[in-house]
Design a protein around this ligand. Structure first.
Ligand code: G6P
Length: 374
């Protein structure tokens, strides 16, 4: 059994550590020799891309969080209004025309690791019935969602066995990022030089991750015993950091059974701050970005209430180090790529706490890898 786990004690750890390899596979052949995005799998013409007015991402669980990251990439790179909706809501919402009758202006993207999630499949069918020609971002080749979609972008994460999704998430984020860059080029909202710069930085992410993972893993292991008295956790972030906060909180809930909430840091004052005290773990996703100063001021408020702060920040950030009880350091990267680097520390933190608490890491209670019934 350890052999199939690549010598690791759990599939989850193996899959977290595999992310550099998985991301290299995701990118393979999708960046041209000219350094620009190449997504020929997606038969989408420049005319169609220019006519788009919005993008609707539909997904469940971790895949929904990847969709939320993508809404920000689509706005920034392709100047597209985008929403990410939970599939179980999307499928039952009042039907709005999406296709030619609706002006042909919406691109619907189903995001799923397994390609078999019942709600996501049903939501995709509802979008198709409304006139959309949905595309899918899927890991499992030949799965139901992949077969029914009009176009598929495979994430190429490889088999994911652990119920808690890890490499599927980062490869979804990378695939959706490529989609946003591709649409940005087709729509003329992303310059050639801007695209080259971002894609070159994207190409460096697997190496950056590979370099940081051993230290992050060791740090998470050392930190876990200090967190055993925590009653619950609040995950905070702004911008690209907010969906990461949701994903970090989900990972913790899934495999430690501790209560955890993900919140936009700016929303903390509207409720969650009432929970902050010495027994609250506060995890903040705070890499160097446009909103950094604002996130730090939220942290000051957490510190004033004796919350235990674990931060994820960019190397060299002294201010963050001063405010946090522990910091996972990320190498510098363009803001839109921070999610690809910040996911692993969140995953390893949840993993080590789950191990320290003696939980069943790979097969947490009440959860299934793929939910094929409603
Ligand atoms: C289940 C899994 C999650 C996953 C979600 C969506 O709840 O436990 O890890 O994110 O389904 O699955 P999908 O295969 O559609 O991405």
């Amino acid at each position: 059994a350890t052999a199939e786990k690549g010598g690791e004690p759990h599939f989850m750890r193996k899959e977290i550590l595999e992310q550099p390899r998985a991301l290299r596979d995701t990118l393979c052949g999708r960046v041209g020799l000219d350094g620009l995005p190449r997504l020929e799998e997606l038969a989408l013409g420049a005319g169609e891309a220019r006519a788009l007015e919005h993008v609707e991402l539909i997904a469940c669980g971790t895949s929904w969080h990847a969709g939320l990251v993508a809404t920000r990439h689509l706005a920034e790179l392709a100047r597209l209004r985008a929403s990410a909706e939970v599939a179980s809501e999307y499928r039952y919402r009042p039907a709005l025309p999406l296709g030619a009758e609706g002006g042909g202006k919406a691109l619907v993207v189903a995001v799923s690791q397994s390609g078999e999630t019942a709600d996501t499949l049903a939501a995709m069918r509802a979008a198709a019935a409304g006139g959309a020609r949905p595309v899918a971002v899927v890991n499992v080749v030949g799965s139901s969602i992949a077969r029914e979609a009009e176009g598929v972008l495979y994430t190429r994460a490889g088999p994911e066995i652990s119920v808690a999704s890890t490499k599927a998430f980062s490869t979804q984020v990378a695939t959706l990022f490529l989609l946003a860059a591709h649409l940005g080029r087709l729509r003329g909202t992303l310059s050639e030089s801007g695209a080259r710069e971002l894609l070159a930085a994207l190409g460096r992410v697997p190496d950056q991750l590979e370099a940081m993972l051993p230290e992050v893993a060791a740090q998470a292991r050392a930190l876990a015993p200090r967190l055993l008295d925590k009653r619950g956790a609040l995950y905070l972030g702004r911008g690209y950091g907010f969906p990461l906060a949701l994903e970090g909180a989900l990972k913790l809930k899934e495999i430690t059974y501790l209560h955890a909430d993900g919140y936009p840091a700016g929303e903390m004052k509207h409720g969650p701050i009432a929970l902050v005290g010495p027994q609250t773990l506060v995890v903040v996703v705070a890499p160097q970005d446009r909103l950094h100063a604002k996130t730090l001021s939220n942290l000051e408020e957490v510190k004033a209430r004796d919350g235990f702060v674990v931060a994820i920040g960019t190397e060299g950030d002294r201010e963050l180090a001063r405010l946090a009880d522990a910091v996972f350091w990320l190498p510098p990267a363009p803001e839109p790529l921070n999610p690809l680097l910040a996911a692993a520390p969140l995953q390893l933190l949840a993993y080590e706490l789950s191990v320290a608490l003696g939980r069943d890491v790979d097969q947490p209670r009440n959860l299934a890898k793929s939910v094929t019934v409603e």
